[in-house]
Design a protein around this ligand. Structure first.
Ligand code: PLP
Length: 374
């Protein structure tokens, strides 16, 4: 079956009792057991839930992995993955990794004996020079936030494996519709389902997908033992989102491309960051490893005041953090999403504006940006 079909059918057979075509929301914390010590499937909902299981199966299928595991947030998935490491292990992250991932390593796990280094992961020579003998995990994100840099996943996964490390790819920005890291050699894929997978800005959730048996076994244990699990209602919403992922991504990509081209030709815009523009440093790798270029566009204007003016003047683009929903969002990474990441190695200019292009008609979005840029 093709991607679009699997998104609607894998793990989602009509229910056996009533034929409900949607996976029911099994809103329960515990399960009646037919006999002592013999639960039907699960004994307690921290360990498992049928609504969550359906979502896990479809995500595993879409990413081309054998096991999917869902979490209460993207960071819950990140924390659980880091719990597979041991004190003394070294983690390599990119210098523009998602701020919450950086904060977790710099301000939480540092006290637990995990060492980490940051590097520009688009620079393979630099990457090679910072991988250590005790590197256990190489953390890739592509495209990155907010500059939409593109990392060569196959090359970095190979580099990690040569060092005896695993490679994880945060695939939140691309989604499995545009990019499948496991096929490129990564060992595990991470998602914030809050973004494109959910797609409607109505839930917080995370996921991991892997085919690595040893890792699956440890993670499956940690889901229950560490407990960062999602509720059934959020799993249902994510499942509903995933059904339309392909259609939505097509629309996000179409809109973002038009907007990037419009911005590139606008006199008040000094620079556009979008991997689909041939001048972007990641363009060639993106063409190789992605189906399309995604729905995120960042751009720079002359001054901080101008950036604030634009962000406060759009009407269709809501001024908000987050991304990946059907509605378009605008934000200033400097004072907003990237402000919480003290000590982060990247400099975000306060003239930078980030757009999450929604699925409204591109003409309306262009008109809104045109009036806001004035
Ligand atoms: C939002 C985000 C996360 C964290 O996910 P939450 O669901 O907010 O915990 C991780 N990685 C990326 C790339 C994100 O955009």
């Amino acid at each position: 079956m093709r991607f679009e079909t699997r998104a609607i059918h894998v793990g989602q057979d009509p229910d056996a009792e009533f034929g409900s075509v949607n996976v029911p929301i099994y809103q329960t914390s515990t399960y009646a057991q037919p006999a002592v010590g013999k639960p039907k499937a699960w004994d307690y909902a921290r360990a498992g839930n049928p609504t969550r299981e359906a979502l896990q199966q479809v995500l595993a299928s879409l990413e081309g992995g054998s096991k999917g595991l869902c979490f209460s947030s993207g960071l819950g998935a990140t924390t659980t993955l880091l719990l597979t490491l041991k004190p003394g292990d070294h983690v390599l992250i990119s210098d523009d990794v998602y701020g919450g991932t950086y904060r977790l390593l710099a301000r939480v796990m540092d006290g637990w004996g995990l060492a980490f280094d940051t590097v520009d992961m688009t620079d393979l020579v630099a990457c090679r020079s910072v991988v250590r003998e005790d590197t256990a995990l190489v953390w890739v994100e592509s495209p990155t936030n907010p500059f939409l840099k593109v990392v060569d996943i196959a090359a970095v996964a190979d580099l990690a494996h040569r060092a005896g490390a695993r490679c994880v790819v945060d695939n939140t920005f691309a989604t499995p519709y545009l990019q499948r890291p496991l096929e490129l050699g990564a060992d595990v894929v991470l998602h914030s389902m809050t973004k494109y997978l959910g797609g409607h800005s109505d839930l917080i959730g995370g996921a991991l997908v892997t085919s690595d048996e040893e890792l699956t076994e440890r993670l499956a244990f940690l889901v229950n033992a560490a407990g960062a699990v999602p509720g059934p209602m959020d799993c249902y919403l994510a499942l509903r989102g995933v059904k339309t992922l392909a259609l939505r991504m097509e629309a996000h990509c179409r809109g973002a491309k038009q907007i990037a081209e419009f911005l590139q030709n606008h006199p008040k815009v000094t620079r556009v960051h979008y991997p689909g523009l041939p001048g972007h440093p990641g363009f060639e790798v993106a063409v190789r490893q992605m189906r399309d270029f995604g729905g995120m566009v960042s751009f720079e204007v002359e001054s901080r005041d101008e950036a604030i003016h634009v962000a406060e003047s759009t009407e269709l683009f809501f001024l908000a953090e987050s991304l990946g929903g059907v509605e378009s969002l605008i934000e200033l990474p400097g004072p907003m999403t990237h402000a919480s990441v003290s000590g982060s190695p990247i400099e975000v200019p306060d003239t930078l504006i980030r757009l999450s292009v929604g699925i409204e008609h591109p003409d309306d979005l262009l008109g809104d940006l045109e009036q806001a840029l004035g």
